[in-house]
Design a protein around this ligand. Structure first.
Ligand code: MN
Length: 362
């Protein structure tokens, strides 16, 4: 037929990241940046420019998001489905493999890989088998072949077959020094990907990348596409572009040609500095913080890692209210205490509370 199927593929939206439902303090929240990029990423689907939408998991930042966050996640997907564009969602590890509040996603056009399964989308006569399973957190290396079989991916009559995951695959890289996943129990072997898939669409790795070879340099049976996260969730992603993918399947006789294009989204600059309290007098601390703030872009997320004994004076300077007064309203300032110190006065929870996910790039 030679028909082209266009798929909008996004992942790791982490909605609810820094988005308190009843904030005690009005300040810039990174959560709004995530919601804005989520809306931007779905625009081509709402404009009718694609035939299918796949969300590769970690829709939410937490497994039990607020009801309002769940609604903000699913309502746009129902609008996409209302337009006649089927939506497929893989539950991620942040959802613990199970999407919450699915009542907001009740729609004949929204399909969730709540277990290993295969849906067949009919795109103007071209049948695309969409197979997948929810995030398998720890033992996917051992369980992958079995889970793949459980999807029944080969059985459905289809012109093209895609596998939708939220997993680590051999050769994927993260972090500024390019840490590479190899043989851990939570990493799928490249050689376990079967012939017959047009592509593997997967979330979980927050760096956009496309894998075409395994660690020994042998070609994978299908390209593995990671769109990456829609915003930077960790300092490890400071240098990464953020966005989503538009994947094209050209079904030509028995073969399927796969093309993809990365579409960038605006991402906040992440800046990190260390402050060693042992190396400075009380009088030096505030000017030091002022100069760190002044040297960062005005829309930065500035993380200050603090080491050394916390004096009463330092605790006051590092209080949330004091930091807010030092930095422009467009900037986020986050404190990270590197080690337990003798804290004379604990900085308020606003200043120090953070999602453990910030430490993890996934
Ligand atoms: Mn994630």
């Amino acid at each position: 037929m030679g028909d082209t199927v266009r798929i909008l593929f996004l992942a790791d939206t982490h909605l609810g990241f820094d988005l308190p439902v009843q904030p005690r303090v009005q300040r810039r929240r990174r959560g709004h940046d995530f919601l804005a990029n989520y809306a931007r990423a779905l625009e081509p689907a709402l404009a009718g420019e694609v035939d299918l939408v796949v969300h590769g998991g970690d829709v939410f930042n937490r497994s039990r998001p607020a009801t309002s966050v769940a609604w903000q996640a699913f309502e746009p997907l129902t609008r996409v489905a209302d337009r006649g564009v089927p939506v497929f969602v893989v539950p991620g590890n942040h959802e613990r493999g199970r999407l919450p509040h699915l009542r907001f996603a009740q729609h004949a056009g929204i399909h969730v890989f709540d277990r290993p399964r295969t849906f067949v989308a009919d795109v103007q006569g071209t049948r695309v088998a969409m197979s997948g399973f929810p995030s398998e957190r720890d033992q996917v290396r051992a369980r992958f072949a079995g889970l793949l079989e459980e999807t029944g991916w080969r059985e459905a009559a289809a012109d093209a077959r895609l596998l939708c995951l939220h997993q680590c695959i051999e050769g994927a890289t993260v972090g500024p020094s390019g840490y590479t996943f190899t043989t851990a129990p939570d990493v799928i072997r490249g050689s376990d990907l079967p012939e017959g898939l047009a592509a593997v669409l997967t979330g979980h790795i927050h760096r956009h990348q496309v894998l075409t070879r395994d660690l020994r340099g042998r070609p994978l049976a299908a390209p593995v596409l990671y769109p990456g996260s829609i915003e930077r969730t960790s300092i490890a992603e400071a240098d990464e572009e953020k966005g989503y993918l538009v994947v094209e399947l050209a079904c030509e006789g028995p073969g399927v040609r796969v093309d993809w294009a990365f579409r960038g989204l605006p991402a906040r600059p992440l800046v990190r500095h260390d402050v060693h309290l042992g190396n400075m007098s009380d009088a030096e601390l505030e000017p030091t913080l002022r100069s760190l703030v002044a040297s960062a872009p005005s829309d930065a997320v500035l993380t200050i890692r603090v080491t050394g004994a916390m004096t009463e004076h330092a605790a006051r300077v590092f209080s949330a209210a004091s930091l807010r007064a030092l930095a422009p309203a467009t900037m986020n300032v986050e404190l990270r205490m590197r080690e337990r110190t003798d804290v004379a006065t604990r900085p308020s929870r606003q200043a120090t509370a953070r999602d453990p996910a910030l430490e993890l790039p996934l």
